[in-house]
Design a protein around this ligand. Structure first.
Ligand SMILES: CCC(=O)NCCS(=O)(=O)O
Length: 344
């Protein structure tokens, strides 16, 4: 039994507190969308006089989405995460997001935090021409190779498939990727994590597609539940399918969610209440928590919450609200460990 990190395989009990959905080296600037209201400062300098605008329009500012330009800051912030009690970060930057496994290896060495990296492909708009022209079998072969042999001749092996990106409506290329990911997962029994499109039917459709290709739903994480499923009956219906439900946007509090203006992004207190409701329904073994840091404005250096927010602020609030310590430990230690462990 082991978990594959960028520094090699480790025993599952070495993971400790684990953030299952973060980014530490990524360029997401192709996500950039124009401000829905008021002036556009998308190309303005990242400085204090623009900070509130950037906080309100995080997807509208180019540099804000270029995490890969702040490697030293990321290292410092991961050191703080380790000092706060953290052990492991799962880096979800898949192909298309300017992934750099060598940089991840160095960041892990310098910070002392275990880093697990992902294979697979982000959403359609990030698929290259080459990706779009590949068959399901060819896509599967890329993922299998990165899991078993390593990425681009580095020997650095991925420990998960994901994040696999899906749009709403899902595209043909994304369906091929999803099916390929499921077949690889079915043969290697590895963990998989999916970014659903921004619609409440998306997680259900994705799970159907994964199931048709033989995926193990108990090894599957559905990300971004916080901005995708809101109604109690939808959440309970989805949980019955057996996946993990990941509340992974802790710290992201915005008025207008510019990637889908029909969605009201919940605040952290609402995330905690949803998790409490699911705990009361007996779903402690299916819940995961993370921040999905994708931008500068969420790093402490730039006035954000950093990778320690869940440990420093969310856990104490959960305790005040009566969430049992055992449930907190299941969500932060045991569930990620079960998801990430493979029989190799
Ligand atoms: C690339 C990072 C990412 O996909 N973040 C998800 C943001 S959201 O779709 O949940 O808003």
């Amino acid at each position: 039994m082991s978990v594959q990190t960028v520094l090699g395989a480790i025993a599952p009990d070495q993971l400790g507190i684990t953030l299952p959905h973060e980014h530490i080296y990524m360029d997401a600037s192709a996500l950039r969308c124009p401000a829905s209201i008021g002036e556009d400062r998308g190309e303005a300098p990242f400085d204090f006089c623009n900070l509130h605008w950037i906080q309100q329009h995080p997807f509208g500012h180019r540099s804000n989405l270029q995490l890969y330009k702040e490697v030293d800051t990321i290292k410092e912030e991961l050191c703080s995460f380790r000092k706060a009690g953290g052990g492991t970060v799962v880096e979800n930057s898949s192909i298309g997001l300017h992934r750099n496994v060598k940089a991840l290896q160095q960041i892990s060495l310098d910070s002392g935090v275990n880093v697990i990296c992902g294979t697979g492909f982000y959403v359609d708009s990030f698929h290259s021409k080459e990706t779009k022209s590949m068959s399901e079998e060819q896509l599967a072969e890329v993922m299998r190779r990165e899991l078993e042999e390593g990425v681009d001749g580095t020997g650095i092996r991925c420990g998960i498939i994901g994040e696999i990106g899906c749009s709403w409506p899902i595209t043909e290329s994304e369906v091929r990727v999803l099916r390929a990911a499921a077949t690889v997962q079915a043969s290697l029994h590895c963990p998989i994590i999916v970014h659903p499109g921004r619609h409440h039917d998306a997680p259900f459709q994705i799970v159907r597609l994964l199931q048709e290709s033989g995926a193990d739903l108990h090894k599957t994480v559905m990300s971004h539940i916080d901005r995708t499923l809101f109604e109690k009956n939808q959440l309970l219906e989805f949980a019955k399918l057996g996946c993990y439900l990941e509340y992974d946007l802790f710290g992201l509090e915005i008025l207008d969610y510019e990637l889908n203006l029909n969605v009201d992004m919940p605040c952290d207190s609402e995330r905690i209440r949803s998790i409490q409701m699911l705990l009361e329904e007996g779903l402690v073994d299916q819940l995961l928590m993370s921040h999905d840091i994708f931008s500068w404005h969420r790093l402490s250096r730039f006035g954000g919450h950093g990778y320690s927010h869940i440990l420093q602020n969310i856990v104490p609030k959960m305790q005040r609200r009566g969430v049992p310590q055992a449930a907190i430990e299941r969500m932060l230690i045991h569930n990620p460990r079960t998801w990430l462990t493979t029989c190799r």
